[in-house]
Design a protein around this ligand. Structure first.
Ligand code: 5GP
Ligand code: ZN
Length: 374
């Protein structure tokens, strides 16, 4: 089947079945971004595509770039298709450096005694800890500049709060319960919504929060995928525009920072927000709405690790926690930094020779030393 034939068949199906009686779409209309098709309809579309082409559509092919329009789908999936969606098509920003010298720092950190992880818990000292504090300080400063306070949240949270947030039903496999009615905090921001439950905001607010977080991990790796890690977050509550403004300012901050640090990675749409199922259709709708972006930095073998996530929740938490703003459930968003992973990615990409490190980090180390000496 040629891409023209597939396009015709898809368009007939979209307009005749999915949109029957509604405004018809053209081959180039943006199906998701312009609201022609929602997350349930996309599953029918995928089923039709599989029937028509006689081939299974792999999960990794279900991407906004490949499903943006009927024409995009036809060009990707027709027998004569040459185009295939690369993993980076949707990236907001991309950063490339010479990856050949990347090396895992874990063995060297252990040798130096700077990584201590006897029984699954991870502690860092020395240079690794100093880097940790530099990154943490930078993120805290960005939050402050947006008007945020800074709350050190406890490592545990009532399980009922996580239930109310929708975390327990969406991610039961990640939840680590402790004694009584408590669970370990799986993210820092829940503490802030819970504290505002049942209130009406008079202004939009930007809040800072950090916590040691824990999630169940089947295959933990120190600093990369630990059962226990530090998350620093900036939370915004207000209108959808307030959320977008803060998210954008932090995206720009992060973009400049990653550039100054000469790190390799990308900021890309991600598809695992806590309050939606992980079906391909949902995931695609989320990409279309760009609810979640992640900054992923490269490690030694080309795999990437998410070091920051930029999340829009619409009014999910406003509703769940009964937080009102301007007569409506408040919109919210959060930007989360996994501080340990920044240390890992930085040392993987730049190694241990401080003299070759980017100047902003060398300067910060110097200031740290001067401060410690005074
Ligand atoms: P999210 O809520 O988006 O899954 O996580 C927010 C951020 O926390 C991630 O972007 C990442 O930086 C950090 N994070 C999540 N899981 C882990 C983990 O297992 N280890 C570490 N060090 N950081 C994590
Ligand atoms: Zn959050």
């Amino acid at each position: 089947m040629t891409s023209q034939q597939l396009e015709d068949a898809l368009l007939a199906f979209v307009n005749g079945t999915l949109l029957a009686g509604k405004t018809p779409a053209t081959a180039t209309d943006r199906l998701f971004e312009d609201g022609f098709i929602d997350s349930l309809r996309v599953l029918e579309l995928i089923a039709f595509l599989e029937d028509t082409t006689g081939r299974k559509v792999a999960d990794r092919q279900v991407r906004l770039a490949t499903f943006r329009s009927v024409r995009a789908i036809a060009l990707t999936f027709a027998g004569d298709a040459s185009a295939s969606a690369s993993d980076e098509t949707d990236a907001l920003y991309r950063y490339h450096t010479d990856v050949s010298r990347f090396a895992s720092p874990i063995v060297e950190l252990r040798r130096r005694g700077e990584l201590i992880d006897p029984d699954g818990t991870v502690r860092i000292t020395g240079l690794a800890a100093r880097l940790f504090h530099i990154f943490d300080y930078v993120f805290a400063r960005w939050a402050r500049e947006l008007g945020a306070d800074d709350v050190a949240a406890p490592p545990v949270i009532p399980a009922a709060t996580l239930e109310r947030a929708g975390f327990v039903s969406s991610f039961p496999q990640l939840l680590l319960r402790t004694t009584g009615d408590l669970a370990y905090s799986p993210a820092a921001c829940y503490h802030r919504y819970a504290a505002l439950a049942g209130t009406t905001l008079t202004n939009s607010v930007v809040l800072g929060v950090h916590a040691r977080c824990r999630r169940v991990e089947a295959d933990p790796r120190p600093l990369e995928r630990a059962t226990e890690f530090t998350m620093r977050e900036v939370v915004v509550l207000g209108t959808a525009q307030d959320v977008e403004r803060v998210r954008h300012r932090l995206l720009r901050r992060v973009d400049r920072f990653v550039t100054a640090l000469a790190l390799d990675g990308a900021i890309e749409p991600a598809s695992d927000p806590f309050f939606a199922s992980e079906s391909a259709g949902r995931a695609l709708a989320q990409r279309a709405g760009a609810l979640k972006h992640e900054l992923r930095l490269s490690l030694e073998d080309g795999r990437r690790v998410a070091v920051a996530s930029f999340n829009k929740h619409h009014d999910h938490f406003g509703r769940a926690f009964d937080i009102a703003f301007a007569g409506q459930p408040a919109h919210s968003g959060c930007v989360a930094f996994g501080v340990d992973r920044w240390v890992l990615a930085f040392l993987t990409q730049h190694g241990f020779d401080e003299r070759s490190w980017p100047s902003i980090i060398r300067d910060a180390l110097e200031r740290q030393q001067a401060h410690a000496a005074s």
